[in-house]
Design a protein. Structure first.
Lengths: 332, 523
């Protein structure tokens, strides 16, 4: 199954939600569409599903233009952010909804519903009313319902955002395992970068209606495209072009990946940092270091064991900065 | 929650009010009808069975027609966004507020003996059904349409992505979703049309409903025992249907949480369908009111426009039993303002006791006066408080009883929506329950109080059944004066009735503008 978006654009009044998006998905596996709220990722998902009509551009499934097709004629399932479970149907009725539309026999519907509920770990809850379920259970019913008709594309719109953080973490792992075990292409929309990387092997970054960067998760994480992407992915040491601490042949902004910096006792010849602040972030420490050579600050985060013993505010540290820690950023 | 003293005090007050001014008068009627002889006499009289059958038949027919007309409009209303939707929604509040007397006189101006079309449908079942559909069709659109609007858009999208075509979505999602709301609306319409009084008395007095029969028996024939039997029979039936309504309402409040979606705009065939539907709806609602307005200034048969009807308003009473129009306007305003104050007090006591005192049974109980018919209540007052009923206080209390449920219904959702943390915060800052009420709750409830006050005012202005039963000439209100003039021959009386109806319509329309800003609450 290949999904191709071709110069897709959509605006609401004066607001342009999706702007000239080209994207190609092929094979199986999950792509996370990651971006801050209001960046147009949900609109993009709705365009793919056929719930919105684009102003310009095409949506192609396996080379076939489906732009004009209504949602029910497209081969995809969708998990809505608020689940949109039918309150007048029980769990089995919800999960089997698309199977009834597909004119399957009652016996086949029953066995398929059983299969799906087993897959999401809700076997035995067939007769339950959906509003009596917990949030996590509702989320699983929504997933089973979307998978019932064996769509070749699964769309998930912030499926975990209505759950509390602890449950969200557990379900992220569960969803990752489940999705990678299925032969279905999934597009997973989220604003939470940790969730995107936990669930999907591939990530597309989206900002202001445009796809900024798209690639394997590890690559996107290691080499963010521009300063905005670097900050959005959680990097703190981003230096703009006119404020670079080191000489470089690159004329754009620079990112210094603190996760690659080694910390030692101050040694002659190494870069020296002066600890101006120590914060404890659960198991980890965050240091703010004033670097005299640069006339600026560096923020480092890591475990206590990576640091020389017994440091405190006012102490000096030696910084071992490999060349690979410097990432050249494209202009925004 | 911390101390509930105030909630309990108000709960006690509310329960006492209901016991003394609602249950006691009804019990008095029951007591009155308890004689086995009169009971058998009434039950063996085929005339009363006939009236009961007619009332039931016209109520069922009215309900069915109302649903038939209301459902497509409700579906379109819940499904699409379109220009003029807000205006139409306001228009659909009309029947919640417009007095039945105004509606009835409007239909008289439209299709009565002197109607604008020259067709006289007075005294026919057709006119009764038309008036009932006019009055109740917007109730269906409002109740069902709003419910669908709030729940269906996201579910419709989900159904589509699961392979259902628009028709299949209608069949498998929207109609099943609408069913409980539709049943709730149907039971409400049934209650309204079964106990229909003003419409029947003015448009087809030859086809009396049970309610009209009760009025005839008490006020004209003075057969209180027979009236009591009818009241009890009607109470039993309407009570059951009201219970059904409450249960359905509760089912409707079990909702799935979900983000509101913006609705699509209609296109093609649907657009044409919607336009036709809504045009019919608007014409149905507006035509009697327009006919009334036109005829008040230009009665049929007159050469040109005239203000004769309005001039008659300040004429002195002609006889001792016939109150002047100016006096009626004065009385109506006086009772309406009095009712407003009392109903706000009582309605607030109910709402506060339910939410802050945990007196949950008062929630359902506050709907009871709506289910009991107004004529029965008036009759109950006559029996239970013969002296009080003939003083202005009797009328004021009867109006309060009919109006406070609207107040309670308007305040309940607002009070429930107040975050408890606000009160807890005020508590930790040293505010006792009285202080919290005065400094936190009352200021935050102000918009709802405005709606509630406007409702109470409008209900009192339009109250007809109870007023007609217990009124004395010197306390006559506008609706009573209108009815009085309709019963007299001659164009002058007819014009005066029209002019008074216009006055009543304008005053209630003003109240409606106030209500429109925040909607009719939980009803």
């Amino acid at each position: 199954m290949t999904l191709r978006l071709d110069d897709l654009s959509k605006s609401f009044g004066a607001v342009s939600a999706v702007e000239s998006v080209d994207l190609e998905l092929s094979g199986s596996g999950t792509l996370a569409l990651l971006g801050p709220s209001g960046c147009g990722k949900s609109t993009l998902l709705r365009l793919i599903a056929g719930l919105e009509q684009p102003d310009r551009g095409r949506v192609l499934f396996d080379g076939r233009d489906v732009t004009q097709l209504p949602p029910q004629k497209r081969d995809m399932g969708i998990v809505f952010q608020d689940y949109a479970l039918f309150p007048h149907l029980n769990v089995a009725g919800n999960v089997g909804f698309s199977l009834v539309e597909g004119r399957r026999s009652p016996a086949r519907i029953k066995s398929r519903v059983g299969e799906l509920l087993e897959l999401v770990g809700l076997l035995g809850l067939e007769r339950r009313k959906v509003f009596e379920l917990s949030g996590g259970q509702q989320q699983r019913v929504a997933l089973a319902r979307a998978l019932a008709a064996e769509p070749s594309l699964l769309l998930l719109d912030e499926p975990l955002s209505n759950l509390d953080p602890e449950l969200r973490g557990a379900l992220q792992v569960e969803l990752h395992d489940l999705l990678s075990g299925l032969a279905v292409r999934a597009l997973y929309v989220t604003h939470d970068q940790a969730e995107a990387f936990a669930v999907a092997p591939r990530v597309a970054l989206m900002r202001s209606g445009r796809i900024l960067q798209d690639g394997p998760s590890a690559e996107v994480l290691a080499w963010p495209g521009n300063a905005w992407a670097a900050r959005f992915l959680g990097y703190r040491n981003v230096f703009s072009a006119d404020n670079r601490p080191v000489r470089s042949d690159h004329d754009g902004a620079l990112l210094l990946r603190d996760d690659l910096i080694g910390m030692t006792r101050p040694v002659a010849g190494s870069l020296i940092g002066h600890i101006s602040r120590i914060e404890r972030i659960s198991h980890r420490l965050r240091l703010t270091l004033a670097i005299a050579d640069w006339g600026g600050d560096l923020i480092w985060e890591g475990y206590e064991r990576e640091l020389p013993a017994g440091i405190s505010v006012g102490d000096e540290l030696g910084l071992d900065v490999p060349d690979a820690a410097w990432v050249k950023l494209e202009p925004e | 929650m911390h101390d509930r003293t105030l909630g309990h005090v108000l709960g006690l007050f509310a329960a006492l009010f209901l016991a003394v001014f609602f249950f006691y008068p009804l019990a008095a009627i029951l007591f009155r009808s308890a004689g086995v002889d009169s009971l058998l006499q009434i039950l063996s009289n085929p005339y009363y069975w006939g009236r009961f059958a007619f009332t039931l038949g016209q109520a069922l027919l009215s309900t069915a027609l109302t649903l038939l007309l209301g459902l497509p409009a409700a579906l379109l209303f819940g499904r699409y966004e379109f220009t003029g939707k807000r205006l139409l929604r306001s228009l659909f509040t009309v029947p919640f507020v417009m007095p039945t007397v105004v509606a009835a006189v409007g239909f008289l101006a439209l299709l009565g003996p002197r109607g604008v079309f020259g067709t006289d449908l007075r005294g026919t079942l057709t006119l009764i059904l038309l008036a009932h559909v006019f009055y109740n069709f917007p109730v269906v659109v409002r109740v069902v349409g709003s419910y669908l609007e709030a729940t269906a858009p996201q579910l419709r999208e989900a159904a589509q992505t699961l392979g259902a075509s628009p028709w299949r979505t209608l069949l498998r999602v929207e109609l099943p979703l609408a069913a409980p709301a539709l049943a709730a609306a149907a039971s409400l319409v049934f209650i309204f049309t079964f106990t229909s009084f003003g419409v029947i008395l003015i448009l087809a007095p030859n086809l009396p409903t049970v309610e009209v029969e009760i009025y005839r028996l008490t006020s004209r024939l003075l057969r209180l025992d027979a009236a009591a039997v009818l009241v009890v029979g009607q109470l039993l039936l309407v009570g059951c249907v009201s219970r059904l309504y409450v249960l359905l309402q509760r089912q409707l409040s079990v909702r799935m949480g979900g983000a509101a979606r913006s609705l699509p705009r209609p296109s093609g065939v649907v657009r044409a369908l919607l336009a036709v539907q809504l045009a019919v709806a608007a014409i149905l609602i507006l035509s009697p009111l327009v006919a009334l307005g036109v005829q008040a200034f230009w009665p049929a048969g007159q050469a040109g426009p005239t203000l004769a009807g309005f001039r008659a308003l300040h004429q002195a009473p002609l006889t001792a039993t016939f109150s002047g129009a100016g006096e009626a306007v004065f009385n109506s305003l006086l009772f309406a303002f009095g009712t407003m104050v009392l109903a706000l007090l009582v309605g607030f006591a109910f709402a506060y006791a339910v939410v802050r005192g945990g007196w949950h049974w008062l929630d359902d109980a506050s709907l009871l006066p709506l289910a009991a018919s107004a004529v029965s209540l008036g009759f109950g007052y006559l029996i239970a408080f013969p002296r009080l009923a003939t003083s202005p206080w009797g009328l004021l209390l009867a109006h309060t009883l009919v109006a406070f449920p609207f107040v309670a219904r308007a305040l309940l959702p607002a009070l429930r929506a107040l975050p408890p943390s606000l009160l807890e915060a005020a508590g930790t800052l040293g505010a006792g329950s009285w202080s919290r009420l005065r400094r936190i709750e009352l200021p935050l409830l102000r918009p709802s109080f405005t709606t509630a006050a406007a409702f109470a005012f409008a209900v009192s202005m339009g109250e007809f059944g109870a007023t007609l039963v217990i009124t004395r000439p010197e306390f006559a209100t506008i609706p009573v004066a209108i009815f009085d003039r309709l019963g007299r021959p001659g164009l002058t009386s007819y014009s005066a009735a029209l002019a008074l109806s216009v006055v009543l319509m304008v005053v209630t329309a003003a109240a409606m503008l106030v209500i429109d800003r925040s909607g009719p609450g939980e009803l």
